[in-house]
Design a protein around this ligand. Structure first.
Ligand SMILES: [Fe+2]
Length: 492
């Protein structure tokens, strides 16, 4: 019952300690002994004591004071007070300080045993209750930590999602559209949008907007007080107006516009508003890096195209036909590209490649390039090299790899009998297939030194005849539609 208990006997009388020590040791307890208050505290600091039997009169400290210290330092230790005489005031005082029981000397060992058993049982119950309370407390803490962990995981996942989406954007993607789509994806918004700044009229003008329910955004212009622009543009801070967050988009230290998010969850909850602003800032940050890269790319691209166009000027000086030809082929190809529904970036490629598709002719000798009559087989073989020369020149500029490929294949044939690689059907880049039709059309429709222009009816027949052999049949059909409808001429 009391076997295995850790008991500390504190008394300045060695005889009493001996008697009690033997008694408890015989009952299987682990007995510790202290003759002064200090020894008692020292033992309590080192051993895992369950019960102290504490004499009131010690040489170095008052028993009540020691009881107080023990209950403060080690509240789980049960203390049984022992004294030579019974004083009700003293008993009440000791009980108030947390004593478990009170014994009067000389001890009756049977009674001592009963008291000890009761105290140990009570202590066990108290410990169990404390354990339950502390495990409840722990459980609450764990639940709170779990919620915090879930929030952090969600935050990190969202951050990863934002970074990943922006990092995978190509130079042709619309960053502004992606930015707004992303805001709608990551925040619970009624609407969101990107506004450009009209400082003169103190207005924000909607550039792209999305409503949470798929409707169109209903505020194409937002009037703002002057302070708004001052705060946003000079301090680069977000501004909240009518529960909508307006976050400045900064490029090269200039505010170029605002991302707006009308969040359902952030209007009254400061913490959520803070989290919404945090994610908006991340989106704005990633978007501005992409926009800066795009600006850099575009200026580089423009300067390269400018260089290539100056090469075309050199060809034009030798061959007057090329200049007008390239211009017309580009214009026709753009109309045709729109008709067959090519994506924006492919139409951009045609716009760039069209004027320089015969760039490689710079490597063709005058005797062949300007020859008024038909070319010999040998001369024609040399002339055919121009699509590869064009590609080789373009390949010197890494950023023009896609355009270089279009130039290489602009004389391929749909049936695989073209040059330089004899590609078949859809192996030929679609932009090259578009250029091929327009290139041939223009060559037929133009006066050349060795023949007059062919009339449109005959050209139509020729294109019709070459559908599926020289030309992509669908593209050729669309081109015929344009010509029959006067679509090309009407537009130009
Ligand atoms: Fe060509």
């Amino acid at each position: 019952m009391i076997e295995g208990s850790e008991i500390l006997l504190v008394d300045d009388n060695p005889e009493i300690i001996e008697i009690l020590g033997d008694f408890f040791a015989l009952n299987g307890c682990h007995v510790h002994k202290a003759y002064t208050g200090n020894q008692a505290l020292e033992t309590l600091g080192k051993k895992d004591i369950e019960v102290v039997i504490l004499d009131v009169n010690l040489p170095d400290v008052n028993g009540i004071t020691l009881l107080d210290t023990i209950k403060v330092n080690t509240p789980s230790v049960a203390v049984i007070m022992a004294t030579g005489y019974y004083d009700p005031n003293f008993v009440v005082d000791a009980m108030k300080k947390g004593a478990s029981d009170f014994l009067v000397k000389p001890f009756e060992l049977d009674k001592l045993m009963l008291v000890m058993m009761r105290v140990l049982r009570e202590r066990k119950l108290v410990m169990e209750k404390e354990n339950i309370l502390s495990s409840l407390e722990d459980k609450k803490k764990i639940e709170m930590l779990n919620r915090e962990l879930q929030r952090k995981i969600k935050e990190l996942t969202t951050m990863y999602h934002i970074s990943n989406k922006f990092n995978s954007l190509s130079i042709f993607d619309d960053v502004y559209e992606k930015m707004i789509t992303m805001v709608k994806e990551i925040l619970d918004v009624r609407s969101c949008g990107y506004y450009i700044v009209d400082s003169d009229n103190r207005e924000l003008i909607l550039y792209k907007g999305l409503a949470g329910d798929g409707d169109v955004i209903d505020e194409p212009k937002v009037f703002m007080a002057e302070e708004f622009f001052n705060d946003a543009q000079t301090l680069k801070k977000h501004v909240i107006k009518d529960n909508k967050i307006f976050l400045p988009l900064i490029i090269k230290n200039e505010c170029i516009g605002f991302i707006m998010a009308d969040c359902r969850n952030g209007a009254t909850n400061g913490h959520l508003m803070e989290s919404n602003v945090f994610f908006l800032k991340l989106v704005a940050d990633k978007a501005s890096t992409q926009i800066e890269n795009k600006m850099l790319y575009e200026s580089l691209f423009e300067s390269v195209i400018h260089t290539l166009k100056s090469l075309i000027v050199a060809i034009n000086k030798r061959d007057l036909y090329t200049e007008g030809h390239c211009k017309r082929v580009t214009e026709m190809s753009m109309v045709l590209a729109e008709k067959i529904g090519l994506a924006d970036y492919e139409r951009d490629v045609i716009r760039v490649v069209g004027p320089i598709h015969d760039l490689g002719k710079i490597g063709i000798p005058d005797a062949i390039l300007l020859k008024p009559g038909k070319l010999t087989d040998e001369e024609y073989a040399l002339m055919k090299g121009h699509s590869m020369y064009g590609e080789q020149i373009m390949n010197r500029f890494e950023i023009l790899a896609k355009e270089a490929r279009i130039i290489r294949h602009h004389h391929e044939r749909y049936d695989g009998r073209g040059y330089p690689d004899a590609l078949h059907g859809n192996e030929i880049p679609v932009c090259s297939r578009v250029l091929a039709v327009c290139d041939t059309y223009d060559a037929m429709a133009t006066n050349r030194p060795y023949r007059n222009a062919i009339v449109i009816r005959e050209i139509l027949d020729e294109i019709e005849r070459c559908k599926g052999s020289q030309f992509d049949p669908d593209i050729a059909d669309s081109f015929i539609d344009i010509l029959k409808g006067g679509g090309y001429d009407n537009k130009h």
